[in-house]
Write a protein that binds this ligand. Structure first.
Ligand code: CO
Length: 474
């Protein structure tokens, strides 16, 4: 009988070059640390390597003084056989506001032109209206260039509105929107193994496109969840090489590969080769442990995440925000405030940018000693409907306290935006050395200009920033 079971190797997306280091070391892995191992990674047979998007773009420009486009091109050059994958926040692209459609389209076009294959597109509020533009742009590039795959991710979260029917309905809509695959994106490790059986089974029977499950190890159940999900028909799972796995990151690649060995789901990956890759990343992990960037606090199992529903990246952000405020003792108080703020804001999934908005507001509410005494601009915007529609209504009282009599919007937020690409390009013309610079500037104007100044000083050997914002090495 066993021979008759149809082989269905589970596909693996390796996250060590994006989500793993975003979740564990605040996205600080440098291109230089990545490149020497690319050739070995390229020979594993991964379905894809996630290596761009999410917070990598911002971190490159802001902290690492690297051009994210150069990183993408170098990775493309190195990964000759493996598909590259990125994370794309719908109408926010990789930034923190809504962009006009022309910027979204141009970003998709340039990402694919520079070597990106799979674009995982999601919206923090699961407002599908915020995804269509990026999906259409990806499909257009696919048609024109043969490269490009639009994956739509639905953020997985818990709450009254988030029933199996809710996810099945969204999955059908995702298929109808023209996505090539669907991702269940569980930022906080909330999906438990038997819930995965039900959820994946239900979605599998409702749609034909492949299902990818993305989760985090935070609450400790993630590898069991993958096992049950794969048994229920999940096609693709996201894992990280062991030195950057577990904790707030993903289950370990080697462990999942071994789990499915000899079963119909066998990946066929070579453990010896995986071990060599792990050997490469281990000293890098040790370096970040030694310099404090990798906080042991995010490495364990935090079962409270099931209660607070806080995603991995957000946990490490909260720790560093509180550290800066010298209020580390308020950690658990802030964690308890998070679900309350979330309810006030229409119970959105917690993922960038809603995770930052809810997280920062929770920190403010605790540190100020009064809820919503100080309200961030982003929190006001979310309550004014500027990020889109939430599944549940806002807390009216909180809404009133934060935005007063401002009339909230109900349309797709980008419908109110005029094309802005030309204006942006004019604004930054003096810095432009390549088309992609326009997009770096569009997403992070101040940070990009700082980077452009740095780049120029490197090229000219003179420090144009001297005496202004401090000197860069030249
Ligand atoms: Co993730």
């Amino acid at each position: 009988m066993a021979e008759q079971i149809q082989k269905k190797p589970v596909k693996i997306v390796e996250t060590v070059l994006r989500d793993a280091h975003q979740s564990l070391i605040a996205t600080r892995m440098t291109t230089e640390e990545m490149l020497p191992i690319v050739d070995k990674m390229d020979k594993i047979g991964y379905h894809a390597v996630e290596c761009w998007g999410g917070a990598t773009f911002d971190a490159c420009l802001r902290f690492l003084k690297e051009d994210p486009w150069v990183r993408l091109r170098k990775l493309r050059e190195g990964f000759k056989n493996t598909k590259l994958q990125m994370l794309f926040r719908g109408q926010n692209i990789l930034g923190y506001r809504h962009y006009a459609d022309d910027v979204v389209e141009y970003f998709v076009q340039k990402s694919i032109a520079n070597g990106m294959d799979i674009i995982r597109i999601f919206d923090a509020l699961n407002d599908m209206r915020n995804l269509q533009c990026a999906v259409d742009a990806t499909n257009k590039e696919k048609k024109a260039s043969g490269r490009g795959h639009a994956q739509i991710a639905v953020c997985y979260t818990l709450g009254d509105a988030y029933t199996t029917e809710y996810y099945v309905d969204i999955a059908k809509r995702i298929e109808n929107m023209g996505a090539d695959s669907i991702c269940i994106k569980d930022m906080a490790g909330l999906l438990t193994p038997y819930a995965a059986t039900e959820l994946v089974g239900a979605i599998k029977s409702a749609v034909k496109i492949p299902i990818d499950l993305h989760t985090h190890y935070t609450s400790g159940v993630a590898s069991m969840t993958y096992l049950k999900a794969v048994e229920a028909g999940c096609d693709i799972i996201d894992t990280a090489m062991s030195p950057f796995a577990l904790g707030t990151s993903q289950p370990a690649t080697e462990v999942m590969v071994e789990t499915f060995r000899g079963t119909p789901y066998d990946t066929g990956y070579d453990q010896q080769k995986l071990a060599e890759i792990a050997d490469y990343f281990r000293p890098i992990r040790d370096k970040y442990l030694a310099n404090g960037r990798l906080n042991p606090k995010v490495l364990g199992v935090d079962i409270k995440t099931l209660l607070y529903q806080v995603p991995g990246g957000m946990l490490s952000n909260l720790v560093s925000q509180l550290k800066e405020q010298k209020a580390e003792d308020k950690y658990y108080e802030v964690l308890a405030e998070v679900p309350r703020v979330r309810k006030d804001f229409g119970e959105p999934p917690l993922v960038t940018p809603s995770s930052q908005i809810v997280g920062t507001q929770s920190v403010l509410n605790v540190i100020m000693g009064e809820r919503y005494k100080l309200v961030t601009k982003e929190a006001k915007d979310i309550l004014a409907g500027k990020y889109g529609q939430t599944v549940k209504p806002f807390n009216k009282e909180v809404q009133k306290k934060c935005i007063g009599d401002t009339e909230p919007i109900t349309c797709r937020p980008a419908d109110l935006l005029e094309p802005e690409l030309d204006k942006i390009e004019k604004e930054m013309a003096q810095w432009k050395q390549q088309d992609e610079d326009v997009l770096s500037y569009a997403l992070f104007p101040q940070v990009a200009v700082e980077f452009f100044k740095y780049r120029q000083s490197q090229q000219e050997g003179v420090d144009v920033t001297a005496g202004k914002d401090g000197a860069y090495p030249v």
